[in-house]
Design a protein around this ligand. Sequence first.
Ligand code: AGP
Length: 614
Amino acid sequence: MCGIMGYVGSRPAGPILIDGLGRLEYRGYDSAGIAVLAENGGLSIHKRVGKLETLASAIADRWPNGHEGIGHTRWATHGKPSDINAHPHADCTGDVAVIHNGIVENYLELKTELATAGHSFSSETDTEVIPHLLEHYLGENEELVTALRKTIGRLEGAHAIVVMSRQHPGTLVTARVGNAGGVVIGYGGGENLLASDLPALLPHTRRVVFLNDREVAQVTATRVTYWDSEGRPLEKEPQEIPYDSVSAAKGQHKHFMLKEIMEQPESILDTIRGRAQFDTPAVQLEDIPLSKEQLAKVRRVVFVGMGTSLHAAMIGRHYMERIAGIPAEVDNASEYRYRAPIIGADTLVVSVSQSGETVDTLAAMEEAKRQGALQITICNVAGSQATRIADGVVYTRCGLEIGVCSTKTFTASVTALYLLACYLGQARGLIDKERLGGLLEPLARVPYLAGEVTKREAEFERLAHQFHRYNNFLYLGRGIQLPVAMEGALKLKEVSYIHAEGYPAGEMKHGAIALIDREMPVIAIALKDDMHDKMMSNIEQVKAREGTVIALGSEGDEELAAKADHVIYVPEASPLLSPIFTTIPLQFFSYHIALRRGCDIDQPRNLAKTVTVE
Ligand code: AGP
């Protein structure tokens, strides 16, 4: 959840750390800190509650002097956001500085043990037990890397940790335990870096190594050395990352969220490119090394994900049933992992995760792996943990998504899920070329039509301005549009802090209808599909209770225009792909309401881009 950055080399470390943390601030942003080791052996630690800019301005005219350092942006779990609770944390001697992502689940027990042994604590964090444990093992004359290995052996939970020490100049040590977010080591020339995520490294290098579970590394300016949890040396070769750091810039857009909404035609196109063949209909997915025999054995598909990715997975379920003809279920990963799911070797688990590092999704995947299921992940981040657990990957090719609120990765995930269902239907011999052609032809038009929707931003903005003062919204949908209703409500909650519910329209009469009055606008997705009549009845029911209806409908639906107070027309498209076109207006609607209300759109309060704690 937190952002981690480290540098050792010949350049001044401070500005590199602050720049790197700026690129990671989407992971957490309630406080930030850096520690830099000066050549005279002094360890200077600077920490500030608030966003990174508070720390950056505090040190702007007195950069700590030194060529190695570590930095952190925090998303608080234990201990409120404050200067003292910000990372790095030090031991009693001030020799050791630690940054950490994760939760030390047994920290109370460890803290009591350490306090009894004479260690004194200054923060309310769970993290602070780590420097004190290191101090203890260093006091037994262990090497820094061994002390870290022994320390992680004492910690329960999942962690990413980076350590520096006054007694070990020129050296950073780091460890990853479980799935608390990654550690990526970047190889430079005469310098090396590490970070929790790629964006921080890309301005410096594209040659990286991802740490696996329970691996430990020692990083100096010229060498990186790896060990497993037993202290056995490991050989790891850096891989080349294709990302372009320029894509991380906001360009002419006011917010990353807006930039990323606008990028959807391109990211959808990139996700389709080279995979769907339209002349002789076929789907090729390059990263699914599963044989036809393995795919033929699949009897059931289980989709898992969280948040926006869960909503994409819900749409994937429709695709799997309707296109590939395979019984499918969908589950919230945080529930799935704890409810003793029955997963057989004939189950295919499809996880959806933008980051590939969401802790609950990874835990659900681990459980599926333990029970012998085949797994495919829909993911946006190359090399992330989800892609390493799964047997196959369908990458969404969105580039970096910086806005905490997911937009382009949702529509790209939906596109990837559509391709996956076509691929499975084709591999299992369930859909012939003609049917596949009929499925791919409308897909080819999606990027263009998505572009047509994004051109209508001004229309959605006007509507947002009419509704930005309301405090409650109900989003209704049925069938394949239910996940869109839920996603629309999630977007509004996240960026504008307005209460919104995404609800199955058929369920409305069983309770939610009691809420409807003039103060609660209802957004109803009522396309001309097989749910149209039912949605029209629901709209009638809302109108009968003096509710205001904003409807999303098909071009030319006059019946809808006569009933609803406002209509957003979406392009005519295949019903299966229409969720992409109903989603985009709702993204704009949330964005412009949040803008009007003065919210922090790219970094909404209390949220983080990647949720690596439970
Ligand atoms: C949505 O806008 C949020 N960013 C959040 O719900 C997100 O989709 C969820 O945390 C899952 O993240 P993942 O896709 O990286 O696994």
